[in-house]
Design a protein around this ligand. Structure first.
Ligand SMILES: NC(=O)c1ccc[n+]([C@@H]2O[C@H](COP(=O)([O-])OP(=O)(O)OC[C@H]3O[C@@H](n4cnc5c(N)ncnc54)[C@H](OP(=O)(O)O)[C@@H]3O)[C@@H](O)[C@H]2O)c1
Length: 366
C-alpha cells in the first residue's frame, strides 16, 4: 500500500456513509478497509450492497466498532453515528490514534465538542466535520467576487435549509429522536446555515445571537427542534438570519447582500444535479423618469465547473481527498477543528436564546 493512500474505516452502517463510500473509492488517495456495526449481519449486508455498486479492489470487512478501532491497518475513521452517542466513539477513535472525520452537528453541546477536539489534539490526529460544501470549487469563486467588492460591504446574510419530512420520518428517523439527535433540525440543517454565514463573514464570530424555536416535536421534556429561526448579530449592525425546518418544502438558498449588490445561490448545501454549480450576482437598478417607474434586472450568473455529487471532483470526494492528504501528511490543519467549534458556539448561543424567550446571547470563544 502506497504511503499516500489513506486507509479508512466507517463506524455504523449510516445512509450518508454510502455517499462517502463512493467518495473514498473515487478520491484516488483513499481505500476503505472496514465497516463497523452493532450487528455483524447488517455490516455484511451493507458492504455487499455498496460493493456491488461501487467496488473496492479488496472487499472491505465487517466488524464491531471496537474491533475497527483496534485495527492497525486503518488510519482514519469516518463517524456518522447519531450525535447523541457520537462523542465517546470519537474520543475512543482519537485514543486509538485514528484521524476523525466526524459528522455534524459535531457535539450535542459546545462542551462536548471541546472534549472531542482536546482528545484529537492530545493524540495529534486530524479532526474535521463532514460539511461537504466547504470542499466545492464554487466557494473560492464566490470568495473572490466578495473580495473584489462585487456586493460592496456585506450588511445582511440570509439562508434557508428545509425539507418537509414524512410522518414516517417524524416517527422513526434518528433526527426526530431526542436521545439520538437532540438538536433536531438545528443540528441537522442549521449547522449548514450557520457555517455558511461564518464563511461569508470570513469566520468572524458574531458578538451575539438570538433564536426562536418555532416548532418542536416529541413528548414533554424530550422534544427536538423541528423548525427554528436564528439571527447572528455582528459589530456595526451586520446581521445574518437563518431558518431551518423539517416541516417546510425543500429549500437551500442563501443570499448575501451588501451596500452595492447581492450574491444569491439556491443550492448552497447540495448543488443541483449536473456538472456546473452556479451563483448569481445581482445589482438591480430602479429608474424613475416622469411617469415611468422601472425596476431593471441586472444579473450575472457565475458557473463553477464541478459535478454536483458522485464524481471524482464533486464536493464530497474533494472532502475525502483533502482529509486523506491531511491524515497521511506530517502536519495537521487547525482550521478544521476551529471552524467546527465556531459553528457549535453559534448554534449553542441560538438555542440558549430560544430557551430564554429570544434574549440575545453573547458568543465568545473563551
Ligand atoms: N454531511 C452530510 O452531508 C450529512 C448528510 C446526512 C446526514 N448527516 C449526519 O450524519 C449522521 C447520520 O445520519 P444518517 O441519516 O446517515 O443516519 P442513519 O442512516 O440512521 O445511520 C446512523 C447509524 O448509526 C448507527 N447507530 C449506532 N447506535 C444507533 C442507535 N442507537 N440508533 C440508530 N443508529 C445507531 C447505526 O449503524 P449500525 O446499526 O450498523 O451500528 C446506523 O446505521 C447524522 O448526525 C446526520 O446529521 C450528514
Amino acid at each position: 500500500m502506497s504511503a499516500d493512500i489513506c486507509r479508512w474505516g466507517i463506524l455504523g452502517t449510516a445512509n450518508i456513509a454510502r455517499k462517502n463510500w463512493k467518495a473514498m473509492r473515487q478520491a484516488g488517495n483513499a481505500v476503505l478497509v472496514a465497516v463497523g456495526s452493532r450487528s455483524a449481519g447488517r455490516a455484511n449486508e451493507y458492504i455487499r450492497e455498496c460493493q456491488s455498486e461501487v467496488p473496492f479492489a479488496t472487499l472491505p470487512q465487517g466488524c464491531t466498532y471496537e474491533e475497527l478501532l483496534q485495527r492497525e491497518d486503518i488510519d482514519a475513521v469516518y463517524i456518522p453515528l447519531p450525535t447523541g452517542i457520537r462523542k465517546d466513539w470519537v474520543i475512543r477513535a482519537a485514543h486509538a490514534g485514528k484521524h476523525v472525520l466526524c459528522e455534524k452537528p459535531c457535539g450535542t453541546t459546545t462542551a462536548e465538542l471541546r472534549e472531542i477536539i482536546a482528545a484529537c489534539a492530545a493524540k495529534r490526529v486530524q479532526f474535521m466535520d463532514g460539511v461537504m460544501f466547504m470542499h466545492g470549487h464554487r466557494l473560492p469563486l464566490m470568495r473572490a467576487e466578495l473580495d473584489r467588492g462585487a456586493v460592496g460591504t456585506i450588511r445582511r446574510i440570509s439562508s434557508q435549509f428545509s425539507f418537509a419530512a414524512s410522518d414516517e420520518f417524524l416517527n422513526s428517523n434518528i433526527r426526530a429522536n431526542n436521545q439520538l439527535e437532540p438538536l433536531g433540525c438545528l443540528g441537522d440543517l442549521g449547522w449548514y446555515n450557520i457555517r455558511f454565514s461564518l464563511w461569508a463573514m470570513q469566520y468572524q464570530l458574531p458578538q451575539a445571537a438570538t433564536g426562536r424555536l418555532l416548532t418542536e416535536h416529541g413528548p414533554a421534556g424530550q422534544t427536538v427542534p423541528l423548525e427554528f429561526s436564528g439571527e447572528l448579530l455582528y459589530p456595526g449592525g451586520v446581521t445574518a438570519s437563518f431558518y431551518c425546518s423539517f416541516l417546510t418544502e425543500l429549500q437551500q438558498w442563501a443570499h448575501i447582500t451588501g451596500t452595492a449588490g447581492s450574491l444569491y445561490l439556491d443550492d448552497f448545501v447540495l448543488p443541483y444535479y449536473g456538472c456546473e454549480a452556479q451563483f448569481v450576482l445581482d445589482q438591480p437598478a430602479f429608474r424613475v423618469q416622469g411617469t415611468s417607474y422601472h425596476m431593471e434586472r441586472h444579473q450575472r450568473s457565475h458557473v463553477s465547473s464541478e459535478y454536483s455529487d458522485g464524481h471524482a471532483d464533486s464536493q464530497e470526494t474533494n472532502m475525502i481527498r483533502r482529509f486523506s492528504e491531511l491524515a497521511r501528511g506530517t502536519t495537521h490543519d487547525p482550521f478544521w477543528p476551529e471552524v467546527a467549534l465556531k459553528t457549535q458556539l453559534v448554534l449553542d448561543a441560538c438555542l440558549q436564546s430560544a430557551r430564554q424567550d429570544g434574549r440575545p446571547m453573547p458568543v465568545s470563544q473563551s
